[in-house]
Ligand binder design. Structure first.
Ligand SMILES: CC(C)(COP(=O)(O)OP(=O)(O)OC[C@H]1O[C@@H](n2cnc3c(N)ncnc32)[C@H](O)[C@@H]1OP(=O)(O)O)[C@@H](O)C(=O)NCCC(=O)NCCS
Length: 183
């Protein structure tokens, strides 16, 4: 038990939340390069202008950055009411480190940071249908309503999946407006 507690603590210490603007140039380059590699050629990513992250949640192992995701802070509208949320994007584990639970650790840290530490109302993520089971395992749930966001050309409707993470029981909104660029 003692050993398990120690491992957990070490693991916790190796997942950190950093301000996007405070990343070292090495971290910034790694994150940018892997984001470009994973999503740079995805048509929907190329099609839209995306929000700049405010935070990055990073898992290190042996001082190497192995998994991360970005967080965007935003006041959004859900059924005409304003909520303070953190949007997650670019959840990536470097290829050779996949399947070791590193993304799970990053998502656990995100949950704590979003709901406990920052006391946001919700976490919000926009993703492809294929990732839904992966996020469901970490407490996220899908919503089935129109989700709008801004582009320089005007208001657009999000066509893929939207998932929420909340403290209390699941909600089933009728309309969400991201109130800015998507993430
Ligand atoms: C998705 C991803 C972040 C998972 O990272 P990881 O560190 O390997 O994740 P974990 O080890 O914590 O969990 C692995 C689980 O994710 C599942 N998974 C990985 N990629 C998946 C995908 N594209 N669709 C559905 N499930 C996926 C695995 O099947 C595995 O499930 P299991 O726990 O039931 O065996 C990683 O595969 C990745 O970087 N993929 C490319 C980028 C991407 O698609 N990111 C998601 C953007 S929304």
């Amino acid at each position: 038990m003692k050993e398990l507690e120690n491992n957990t603590e070490i693991s916790e210490l190796n997942v950190v939340v950093k301000k996007y603007g405070n990343l070292s140039s090495e971290e910034y380059q790694t994150i940018s390069a892997f984001s470009e590699k994973e999503f740079g050629n995805v048509p929907i990513v190329q099609k839209y202008k995306w929000a700049k992250p405010d935070w990055v949640v990073i898992k290190y192992t042996k001082n190497k950055l192995v998994s991360f995701c970005n967080l965007v802070e935003r006041e959004i509208r859900i059924d005409q009411k304003t909520y303070f949320v953190a949007g997650i994007n670019n959840m990536i584990t470097l290829e050779k480190y996949r399947g070791s639970g590193y993304a799970a650790e990053v998502l656990n840290k995100c949950e704590h940071f979003i709901l406990q530490f920052m006391s946001f109302d919700y976490g919000v993520l926009l993703c492809a249908d294929s990732l839904v089971p992966f996020y469901e395992k970490h407490g996220w749930y899908s919503v089935d309503c129109p989700v709008y966001f801004q582009q320089p050309s005007g208001r657009e409707l999000w066509k893929a999946r939207t998932m929420l993470l909340g403290k209390d029981k699941q909600i089933a909104p009728k309309e969400i407006d991201l109130n800015g660029l998507p993430w």
